[in-house]
Ligand binder design. Structure first.
Ligand SMILES: [Zn+2]
Length: 123
């Protein structure tokens, strides 16, 4: 069994990109080896992988699985990009738990918030 590792595949925040990349790689292996290739996918390490032979049906299943994870992932309150669960920005002044993908997005929302508050006090 050959296992793809991060060095070869890279690390992806976006599960849809990760699955597409993995499928490309596995298809190349399949061509090189001239043998069936088995794939497995799981979010957590330590979950025993259930290997399935790569087929169009399995590719569809993998893509649906990735899309489902993507939908459940947290997105930036400003731009809608995916948020890295270990590396995101908050604006405590807003008193909300909105999360941002970057300092730029957080600053833009904060500036908007300040502008709105300024308008409120002028009225
Ligand atoms: Zn953002």
């Amino acid at each position: 069994m050959v296992q793809a590792d991060y060095d070869e595949v890279g690390e992806y925040l976006d599960p849809v990109e990760a699955v597409e990349m993995a499928i490309d790689l596995v298809e190349k292996w399949s061509e090189d080896l001239g043998e069936p290739v088995y794939v497995s996918y799981a979010v957590q390490e330590g979950v025993p992988p259930e290997l399935e032979e790569l087929s169009n049906g399995v590719i569809v299943k993998m893509k649906n699985w990735a899309n489902q994870i993507y939908m459940d992932m947290e997105k930036c309150a400003r731009c809608g990009d995916l948020i890295n669960s270990k590396d995101y920005y908050l604006i405590p002044e807003l008193g909300s738990d909105k999360k941002y993908c970057s300092a730029t997005c957080a600053e833009r929302d904060y500036e908007e918030y300040l502008e709105i508050n300024e308008e409120d006090t002028q009225e």
